[in-house]
Design a protein around this ligand. Structure first.
Ligand SMILES: [Zn+2]
Length: 233
């Protein structure tokens, strides 16, 4: 009888220990699971935050991207020009975008990529003469240091359907619609969207593509934001 009681107590003890180990095991596992769930995805980590260049945040006059290279796409002009250049990652992404457009039967041409501070100064001065004032010129053209083209991450793109011109009608063509629908998949945004002039400081430019990386581009386009709004959020 006494033996039986001891055996029962022994079994009870073993069951209690087993339960305690099981419960502790579960508890100690939980924080590890929570940590891995809250960790950022590797894809997000690998894409740096896009740089912001605008009228309030200009680049230094001597800023030149170190990895500029010619983009292997159809251009609207012949001959050598800095306008063929982009920063390496943006260049590779734009080549993929052009190949995908061609595969969909959409013809695009590159018009203007990299632009130095000095070249932007010449263009702005010419626009001031043309528009009559700095204020009027600045609605369509950046002051030197304030152009995204100096980053090597922006390319103006057009199509033969609008005679390779940089005009708002591009948005109504098959090329413009294809760009609006697909550019983000290749890491580009239409940087100056319609109706956001007060935020970007520029009129609608359906031709101006800015490389920000695919993850950022999909979020910006998906939430219908400008780069200014996205970086402030
Ligand atoms: Zn542009």
């Amino acid at each position: 009888m006494i033996k039986q009681i001891w055996r029962q107590r022994w079994v009870f003890f073993l069951v209690t220990v087993a339960l305690a180990v099981a419960v502790n095991g579960l508890v100690s596992v939980r924080p590890a699971v929570a940590e891995s769930e809250s960790a950022p995805l590797p894809e997000v980590e690998s894409e740096p935050e896009p740089i912001l260049v605008n009228k309030a945040q200009p680049l230094p006059a001597d800023y030149v991207p170190l990895d500029l290279r010619p983009v292997d796409i159809q251009f609207a002009f012949a001959g050598d020009s800095p306008k063929r250049l982009l920063s390496a990652e943006a260049a590779a992404a734009l080549e993929e975008l052009f190949q995908a457009a061609q595969a969909d039967g959409v013809e695009l041409v590159g018009v203007s990529g990299y632009r130095s501070y000095e070249r932007q100064a010449e263009i702005f001065a010419a626009n001031v003469r043309c528009y009559g004032s700095e204020e009027a010129a600045n609605r369509v053209s950046a002051r030197p240091g304030e152009s995204e083209h100096q980053t090597g991450l922006a390319m103006d793109v057009s199509s033969p359907s609008v005679q390779n011109q940089l005009v708002e009608q591009l948005a109504e063509t098959a090329a413009g619609r294809w760009l609006a629908a697909n550019a983000a998949d290749f890491g580009f945004i239409i940087r100056y969207p319609e109706g956001k002039e007060r935020i970007t400081g520029y009129q609608y430019e359906p031709w101006h593509l800015r490389f920000v990386g695919r993850t950022h581009a999909l979020q910006i386009v998906g939430q219908n934001l400008t780069l200014e709004e996205y970086l402030a959020g």
